[in-house]
Design a protein around this ligand. Structure first.
Ligand SMILES: Cc1cc2nc3c(=O)[nH]c(=O)nc-3n(C[C@H](O)[C@H](O)[C@H](O)COP(=O)(O)OP(=O)(O)OC[C@H]3O[C@@H](n4cnc5c(N)ncnc54)[C@H](O)[C@@H]3O)c2cc1C
Length: 463
């Protein structure tokens, strides 16, 4: 399908050095940060690294003409296998498109190319007193294109929302190479269908995002961090609900269950009371010290009314950093507990948080598998991690049953399959249970209209 002649045409479009077809290069583009196993069949035939929108458009037109599969790729930090080229063809790496094209100070907006790293955008804003809030934990390496394609979230979602809340407009190259522009800088815009939202979260299946207009907000002047320890999970969750109801909206409210706390204690050689069932880490921000202190006080009082046993309010930026280091180090601490860790990403209504954690505990007991639960309790997004040894066939079968039941439990309490990582390959078998036959038919109709030959990221979202 992808013969010598086509490779020559690709070289003519992007330059010889930006078309990679050595076996080792192809291997390097055959996996991402998900738990999808390495398979030789997932190697692309060729890796193409365009620099401009015109080059992306020319690559897509050529691929469409010859029905060659194209899998867009940012930093490959995706957790659901989205950038794995299941059908071979072209791995379209956007990592050379790294310009911040325009800074519009008056409108507080930036136009960036898709390959800009999230942290670079954050720093660009911060140097100008502005704030780009979406903060996936992968922000040091993930790209804005990948963030938009997955509608990435992060810890600050509870107060500031997720990627889609900052995307004003997009430049997208469609499957046939047509370049379109959606949305724009106008804040109110109801001209036609909301294509900006459609492409946001489309996981590289509807078009290649080449540029984005993103809004920034003023950077809060002050921040502080609190760590609360509870002997009961319900009390920890009730503290968060009460806090939000009382009008204290934290920038982040993260919860770790007992398995996580014990993992961190072991990893960092800390002594933590074994009676502690839940740890909540909260970040607050404000523009003056008085407002910040008022929020801390309110949170402390609410936590006390729910029997908190330890309240630590960071007395310095260093102490705040130390508290967050525990949360950030959680993934490796939990990962060190077993040969394999199957991390999931479900999302439930906020009030269902204790119920879903209880159900996950039941699943953990039923299948005799430790499951560590942590998540963004402020917005109901939970990451259960099944700790296991997948080389043991009998155990691997139990793991798959446990994961099936976790998804079923999420749906049963009114939640959904993914809060921020998308569907990709790993959850595609569950999509009908979440959206129903009619819902999936609607997705397929949209796909058919925009990509009739099905060349963009085939095999993702549904099987
Ligand atoms: C340690 C770690 C922590 C993480 N924490 C979070 C978190 O807190 N919150 C969160 O939401 N996610 C998190 N993730 C998941 C991941 O980082 C995000 O999904 C991120 O948005 C992916 O960006 P990327 O550039 O790596 O995209 P990739 O992984 O390369 O691609 C992801 C998907 O987007 C598509 N895509 C990429 N670029 C484009 C483009 N320009 N146009 C069209 N489609 C494109 C790909 O085809 C693929 O389907 C984490 C991952 C890791 C490894």
């Amino acid at each position: 399908m992808l013969n010598k002649e086509i490779k020559e045409k690709l070289r003519a479009i992007v330059g010889t050095e930006h078309v990679l077809d050595a076996n080792l290069d192809r291997f390097g583009y055959s996996y991402d940060s998900s738990f999808v196993p390495l398979l030789p069949a997932n190697k692309p035939d060729v890796v193409v690294r365009p620099r401009t929108t015109a080059e992306v458009a020319a690559v897509m037109a050529l691929a469409n003409e010859h029905s060659i599969p194209v899998t867009p790729r940012g930093a490959a930090s995706g957790r659901t296998g989205g950038s794995i080229p299941l059908a071979g063809g072209i791995s379209l790496a956007l990592d050379r498109m790294t310009s911040i094209v325009e800074f519009d100070e008056k409108n507080m907006m930036v136009t960036v190319e898709a390959g800009v790293r999230t942290i670079d955008l954050y720093n660009f804003g911060a140097e100008r007193g502005l704030f780009y809030p979406p903060d996936p934990a992968s922000w040091k390496f993930s790209t804005i294109g990948g963030n938009i394609a997955e509608n990435a979230g992060g810890m600050r979602a509870v107060k500031y929302g997720v990627t889609t809340n900052y995307v004003m407009g997009l430049e997208v190259v469609l499957a046939d190479g047509t370049v379109i522009h959606t949305g724009g800088k106008a804040i109110k815009n109801v001209t036609g269908y909301d294509l900006t939202s459609l492409f946001t979260g489309s996981e590289g299946t509807l078009g290649v995002i080449t540029k984005a207009i993103l809004r920034l907000i003023p950077m809060p002047k002050l921040r502080n961090t609190l760590q609360l320890m509870f002997p009961s999970l319900d009390d920890a969750c009730n503290t968060i609900h009460k806090m939000l109801q009382s009008g204290v909206i934290p920038a982040a409210a993260e919860l770790m269950d007992k398995t996580c706390i014990q993992a961190v204690a072991r990893h960092r050689k800390m002594d933590i009371d074994p009676a502690i069932e839940a740890c909540v880490v909260i970040e607050i921000d404000a523009d003056d010290t008085e407002a910040l202190a008022k929020q801390s006080k309110q949170i402390e009082e609410i936590a006390k009314s729910f029997y908190v046993v330890e309240v630590r309010i960071a007395a310095s930026p260093q102490e705040a950093e130390d508290i967050w280091a525990i949360r950030r180090g959680l993934s490796s601490a939990v990962g060190a507990m077993a040969p394999n860790r199957l991390g999931e990403d479900i999302s439930v209504p906020r009030d269902a948080f204790p119920e879903i954690v209880r159900r996950i505990r039941g699943i953990s007991e039923k299948y005799r598998l430790p499951i560590a639960v942590y998540g963004h309790a402020g917005d109901g997004n939970i990451h259960p991690s099944v700790l296991c040894d997948l080389s043991n066939e009998e155990e691997a079968a139990r793991v798959h049953q446990a994961v099936d039941e976790i998804f079923a439990a999420a749906l049963a309490v009114g939640g959904t399959l993914s809060g921020e990582h998308g569907i990709g390959i790993t959850k595609r078998d569950y999509i009908v249970s979440a959206l129903g036959e009619g819902g999936v038919r609607t997705l397929k109709a949209i796909k058919q209209a925009l990509d009739p030959k099905g060349i963009l990221n085939p095999g993702k979202i549904w099987n």
